[in-house]
Design a protein around this ligand. Sequence first.
Ligand code: SF4
Length: 244
Amino acid sequence: MDAIDLVDSITVVDLVTLEAQAQNCTACPLCTTRKKVVFGEGNPTPTVFILGEGPGADEDASGRPFVGKAGQLLDKILAAAGMPRESVYIGNMVKCRPPGNRDPELSEMAACSQWLTPQLERLRPHIILTLGNIPSKNWLGLKLGITRTRGTWHRKTMPWGEVLCMPIFHPSYLLRNDTRAVGGPKSQTWRDIQEVKAVVDGKAPEGLEAQILEPKTSTLKAKLEPDSKTEVSPIVPNEIQRLF
Ligand code: SF4
């Protein structure tokens, strides 16, 4: 085992231990109504971490994040962009389901940061996508709503370095607003996710200055070139229909 393999194996073991500890958490009232703790899952050395707000009924029953209708749509979007689900890591602000799918309380998100923060520190993603208003406002700290902030890049300083963050629509919102019209939520999400994929591939979008990112996976280039442009395909309704 070389040094890189050793570091990776330590990271994986630490994450597994953390997840095992979270299974017994009683730090907020959501522990009294949950069926299963939904810690998160995915690539243990991800370039992209996708941050949702909390588990729903399907996730509560299975213990896995984003496995219901919204999760299936997220899978399609990721696959269409060339970033299959298994290449990213998916987790939530709170690890237990808020009853009736209500928004998580501030106190619940604060309590659950005891798991989210070390989870992120072990995974060390370079890019974090916040799904919808709850994580965009409460984790990323944005003031404006998701319809104003989606598709915009933000930098956040984390213990392992600067991370690029982008709010995107929550797939549940796309299911509720199921239009494939150009300029609609699905076409905007298709634009956003293509731009994320371009950054993963080392191309800086217009307006995003050069960013040195420590290479961790073979898919992430060490440097985002300042003068390279993100190549985002034109939005074609039929194409969106075919893809997701
Ligand atoms: S939501 Fe988080 S803090 Fe609350 S009980 Fe579940 S794991 Fe613990």
